[in-house]
Design a protein around this ligand. Structure first.
Ligand code: APR
Length: 282
């Protein structure tokens, strides 16, 4: 090809060769917004992410904070119920479904670490046990004080349209069974990863023991994929990055291709994840 990019058939052959060479037993898959892009979930930082409160426009980085929640909890809840509605209206795509097949084949040798809060991996068939949702899930809430075990948002809480108010009836439902106020079960920008709520240590432990790390649709902006990759690569795992655009993981994959343990599958999740899963399970 004119720009020296490998063709799809060349990439397929390289994938065969990498898997034949490395024969991975334990696989960690890290996913980001790119895997849900083809399900129609708008990107976090795109125009859809903006939110107007009164005469003021907020950026997602302002709304998704404990600081915002502590000063305007109803507005932050309203924004999350809107986002939950968008996620719930989307359907898992072939890449989500393929990862569920991989879990079915590998069982405990498979770990999925997702930054996505859209719940599409679970709806696509991956189990909660094998899916580490390091940034939370828009379908869950937890108490602000006391026991903070995540619980599903009650079915009676309606999805909210962009310009719709949050009704008092819905607000009253956003409490625990014993009446404590709740917040969305989301890791906010001014908060830290932790094991109890987000299983971040478990993600690193899985990376420690894997022979293959697959990264799909993430730019590497958040800390956890970066740390998971660092741990896996320190232990000499192979790395496959699936992404149409270059990113820190494609750079690692290209670098490790020299020792036969890296491959950048330049393309979409729906193009490459099913093929990778077929080859890993075939
Ligand atoms: N298939 C695979 N990858 C894709 C596709 C696709 N169809 N479309 C886009 N991508 C890639 C882009 O090239 C980009 O590298 O998905 C990536 C999306 O990057 P981000 O929008 O930064 O998403 P993500 O990496 O998940 O963001 C990390 O930052 O704001 C926080 O909490 C938020 O979880 C989010 C985190």
């Amino acid at each position: 090809m004119a720009d020296n990019q490998p063709s799809e058939s060349e990439l397929s052959a390289e994938l065969d060769a990498l898997l034949a060479r490395t024969r991975p037993e334990r696989v960690v898959v890290v996913t980001g917004a790119g895997i849900s892009a083809e399900s129609g979930i708008p990107t976090f930082r795109g125009p859809e992410g903006y939110w107007t409160v009164g005469s003021r426009e907020y950026h997602p980085e302002d709304m998704a904070t404990e600081a915002a929640f502590s000063t305007m909890p109803r507005e932050v809840w309203r924004w999350y119920l809107y986002r939950k509605g968008v996620c719930n209206a989307a359907a898992p795509n072939v890449a989500h479904e393929a990862l569920a097949r991989l879990e079915g084949a590998l069982g405990e040798r498979f770990t999925l670490v997702t930054q996505n809060v859209d719940g599409l991996h679970l709806r696509g068939g991956c189990s909660l046990a094998r899916t580490i949702q390091v940034h939370g899930n828009t379908d869950f809430m937890r108490a602000v004080e006391g026991d903070d075990t995540p619980i599903p948002i009650p079915a009676g809480v309606p999805a909210i349209g962009r310009d719709e108010p949050l009704s008092d009836e819905a607000w009253e439902l956003l409490v625990t069974a014993d009446g404590r106020r709740t917040r969305p079960h989301i890791l906010w920008f001014d908060e830290c990863y932790n094991e109890k709520l987000y299983r971040s240590e478990s993600a690193l432990a899985a990376a420690e023991g894997c022979e293959l790390l697959v990264v799909v649709g993430t730019s590497g902006a958040a800390a956890i994929p970066y740390h998971v990759a660092a741990v896996a690569l320190k232990n000499d795992a192979a790395i496959i990055d699936i992404n149409p655009g270059s990113n820190p993981f494609s750079a690692h994959a290209v670098d490790r291709a020299k020792s036969g343990k890296g491959l950048w599958l330049r393309g979409s999740g729906s193009r490459w994840v099913p093929e990778l899963v077929d080859k890993l399970t075939g």
